[in-house]
Design a protein around this ligand. Structure first.
Ligand SMILES: Cc1cc2nc3c(=O)[nH]c(=O)nc-3n(C[C@H](O)[C@H](O)[C@H](O)COP(=O)(O)O)c2cc1C
Length: 155
């Protein structure tokens, strides 16, 4: 069995493209070493991240991520056990959903379209559905809205 966590948060730090490249590289290296996989999504100043892997390693990583001051209002949406990962082989996929008519903020970073295709094909999976809804801008309760507004005021 593996543990699966899904959380939402609000972006608090104004990541540059190199910052985000560094975060993803660091994450992929660390996650690969600990058998953890998943995907990080960004939409309109909000993050959603899937973490899956050995229970203790996933819980320990989540505790570290949750105390990272670069985001806030970290809200756990799903904590479950499953027999196989939703995104096998993905050490940390990435996708940003640009707002209508706007260029993506992280234009240098390639969306992991194969991971997105896996989310699309998992039609009856509630975690995949929550991730698809998030990217399509559906209003999802809780997680990050307050601090995304704080960042808007700061910028
Ligand atoms: C939105 C977000 C997602 C993150 N995802 C991961 C991740 O999947 N793996 C990882 O090792 N670090 C991730 N980090 C970075 C960790 O929060 C932390 O900075 C990193 O593990 C280094 O921890 P340390 O400074 O205690 O050594 C993420 C940070 C943020 C803000």
């Amino acid at each position: 069995m593996i543990r699966q966590l899904l959380y939402r948060s609000g972006q608090l730090y104004e990541f540059t493209v190199p910052d985000m490249v560094r975060l993803l590289l660091q994450s992929r290296t660390f996650n690969a070493r600990h058998g953890i996989g998943g995907m990080l999504l960004l939409r309109d100043g909000l993050f959603m991240q899937l973490l899956e892997g050995p229970a203790a390693a996933v819980d320990a990583l989540y505790a570290r991520i949750a105390s990272d001051p670069r985001h806030c209002e970290v809200r756990l949406m799903v904590r479950a056990e499953r027999t196989a990962p939703l995104l096998p082989g993905w050490r940390m996929g990435w996708s940003e959903a640009p707002l209508d008519g706007e260029a993506p903020v992280f234009h240098g970073l390639e969306t992991d379209t194969r991971a997105l295709a896996l989310l699309e094909s998992a039609r009856s999976d509630r975690v995949a559905a929550a991730m698809r809804d998030f990217l399509h801008g559906a209003p999802v309760p809780g997680g990050g809205l307050g601090c995304a507004r704080v960042m808007e005021r700061v910028l």
